[in-house]
Design a protein around this ligand. Structure first.
Ligand SMILES: [Zn+2]
Length: 143
């Protein structure tokens, strides 16, 4: 069901944790799985110098956030903003179709963290998430 790369990032996730004094923080929730992701970035000279994430979620969510941090670390803010869910999934060698929504989290959390860094106002998707909480039971997120 999962590629070796997904399993590798799930079992040994990179850049897990919190960044103290982060320049930007983004949090997103996923209504379908109940996944929650928090992304922290440090920016210097318009480059993402450090990035960490915390995920309360399924294996696919962990693997996608792990690889997303690797993909954007050292990149410019603009390049990081252009990271797509598709690119994240492709870097993992693909995800099962039922798990594609989990890959949305990583790119979305990153974009929110960048918005936060840039001082842009974004709506809180976690609020929205609560309205759909009852749907979580319809969608098993076991790995
Ligand atoms: Zn998920």
């Amino acid at each position: 069901m999962y590629t070796d790369k997904v399993m590798d990032h799930f079992e040994n996730p990179r850049n897990v944790g919190e960044l103290e004094g982060a320049d930007g923080v983004g949090t997103v929730g996923n209504a379908k799985c109940g996944d929650i992701m928090k992304m922290y970035i440090k920016v210097a000279d318009d480059k993402i110098t450090d990035i960490k994430f915390k995920t309360f979620g399924c294996g696919a969510a962990i693997a996608t956030s792990s690889i997303a941090t690797e993909l954007v670390k050292g990149k410019s803010v603009k390049e990081a903003q252009e990271l797509t869910n598709k690119a994240v999934a492709e870097a993992l060698g693909g995800l099962p179709p039922a798990k594609m929504h989990c890959s949305n989290l990583a790119a979305d959390a990153l974009k929110k963290a960048i918005d936060n860094y840039l001082g842009l106002e974004t709506k809180n998707e976690c609020e929205d998430h609560h309205h759909h909480e009852h749907n979580d039971f319809d969608h098993g997120c076991s790995i």
